[in-house]
Design a protein around this ligand. Structure first.
Ligand code: COA
Length: 438
């Protein structure tokens, strides 16, 4: 009979050190982990040591938004023996990709589960999980994301239990009978430094907040501007959250009562995200909270699911936007900065939602005011994140340019009108030279 005692016995049988478990990986194997706090730092550090000590070759490690300083992203000498492939990069992967010793996977976040299922032969799925419950289940904690697909694809599942990880009631689970090894690593949870909301971000936040009706459902992206929008919504009522990343400003909105999810037609009364990352306040809010759902990204970020919410509002950031409204949020020329993530999923979902709106918002300039982020052409070598055919509204501290449904000449004029005044003449000159303003 399967009782709590049987599961504990199984747990003890499978318990080993991170080093012993990592040593099961062989040359040529493929290892993957999911996003942010689902990454098991003990196992992944032990893997790097094993590769070096035992001279393994051809091991590939897939990462999504790396949050630990992985050795393969710090040490170019590991290329070929332990090679990182990033599906969404932060600091570490960015350095390796730009340094020529890390690889990058072009993808929409919502497609990662199906891309793994179709194209990646996974040997090992390594995951950080919260402690096992009396029924033998480990919660994937703050992460819905890709874990279910990665587990379906992996030949071997190994988990690292961190007692500090919150237990989410609605997140993917893995059972002790499914895992081949367990290690324990009680470490503090990674927290994101609070984004600094300066005057410009505050102005942009207020401009967008004016557009958001009571009862709207929100997605807020990464960065100071989406955070500023969140902070500017505290006086609204009956807001809902259906988002990719759950962030600190959303905790504020729940705690002050602006968000109650009461108007959402699906998941009514519950906050939905595909992962949560930020401060300890977020992790405390998730723990044992039935009003929180952390669900797989192929569901959460599906534009058809997003569009089911009337008045859906999506807010994301960008690095550059050209006269067509092509949005680059992931590179500056050939310099890799970030990934596509869920930006396009939410732009598409929001514009299909009845009364929905998508805002791509950013300060009008970068580099201390020396560079306009609205440009005639994207910097050579850059990539398009959101296409001209999907884009809806662009916002800077000078206003909102509605692009959707407008021809190129009107788009260019609207964009120039919200560029920094110091750059408007040269942008107008360029638009005329390109025969765009007619
Ligand atoms: N030219 C040159 N440098 C630029 C620039 C430009 N046009 N725009 C920004 N930069 C620089 C900044 O100065 C900053 O440099 P620093 O790191 O040396 O300070 C860096 O690029 C990052 O810009 P910043 O505006 O501070 O970024 P952010 O933290 O607000 O994040 C994105 C902006 C676009 C990178 C981020 O939103 C992202 O990763 N988006 C893609 C995924 C996404 O949208 N997902 C949405 C669902 S969660």
């Amino acid at each position: 009979m399967n009782t709590a005692r049987t599961y504990r016995k199984l747990y003890k049988q499978k318990l080993a050190t991170a080093e012993a478990l990592a040593e099961r990986v062989e040359s040529g194997n493929v290892v993957c982990s999911d996003i942010t706090l689902a990454q098991p730092s003990g196992l992944l550090n032990a893997l790097a040591q094993h590769v070096k000590k035992d001279g393994l070759t051809g091991v590939k490690q897939h990462t999504v938004l790396d949050v630990y300083p992985y050795e393969m992203y710090q040490n170019a000498d590991l290329l070929g023996s332990l090679t990182g492939i990033s599906w969404f990069s932060s600091g570490g992967a960015r350095k390796a990709i730009n340094g020529g010793y890390g690889d990058v996977m072009p993808c929409y976040y919502r497609d990662i589960p199906s891309l793994f299922e179709q194209y990646v032969d996974v040997d090992y799925f390594f995951a950080a999980v919260s402690p096992m419950d009396s029924h033998g289940y480990f919660s994937m904690s703050t992460v819905g994301s890709n874990s279910e697909a990665m587990m379906r694809k992996a030949k071997h599942i190994i988990v690292e239990v961190n007692k500090n990880l919150p237990r989410a009631l609605h997140s993917p689970m893995v059972h002790i009978s499914q895992v081949e090894g367990v290690c324990e690593n009680t470490i503090p949870l990674v927290v994101l430094p609070q984004a600094k909301i300066d005057e410009v971000s505050q102005t942009i936040g207020n401009l967008i907040a004016e557009q958001i009706p009571d009862g709207a459902t929100l997605q807020l992206g990464i960065g100071a501007v989406p955070d500023a929008v969140g902070m500017a919504l505290k006086n609204k009522h009956d807001l809902g959250i259906h988002t990719e990343m759950f962030t600190d400003s959303m905790v504020e909105l729940i705690e002050c009562g602006a968000v109650n999810n009461s108007k959402k037609p699906i998941h009514t009364g519950r906050t939905v995200a595909t992962f949560a990352f930020g401060s300890q306040r977020i992790y405390d809010l998730i723990n044992d909270n039935p009003a929180f759902e952390l669900l797989p990204v192929d569901y959460v970020n599906d534009p058809a699911v997003i569009a089911k919410h009337p008045n859906f509002v999506s807010i994301n950031a960008a690095l550059e936007v050209d006269f067509y409204g092509q949005v680059c949020a992931e590179a500056i020329g050939t310099k890799h900065v970030s990934g596509t993530g869920g930006q396009v999923d939410y732009v598409r979902g929001a514009v299909q939602s009845p009364g929905g709106m998508s805002f791509i918002a950013f300060p009008s300039t970068a580099k201390g005011g020396t560079v306009s982020k609205i440009v005639p052409m994207l910097t050579q070598g850059s990539v398009v994140t959101t296409s001209k055919n999907d884009v809806d509204c662009i916002v800077t501290e000078y206003g909102i340019a509605k692009l959707r449904g407008r021809p190129l000449s009107e788009r260019a004029k609207a964009l120039i009108s919200i560029a920094h005044p110091d750059f408007r003449d040269e942008l107008t000159f360029a638009a005329k030279k390109q025969n765009i303003i007619i």
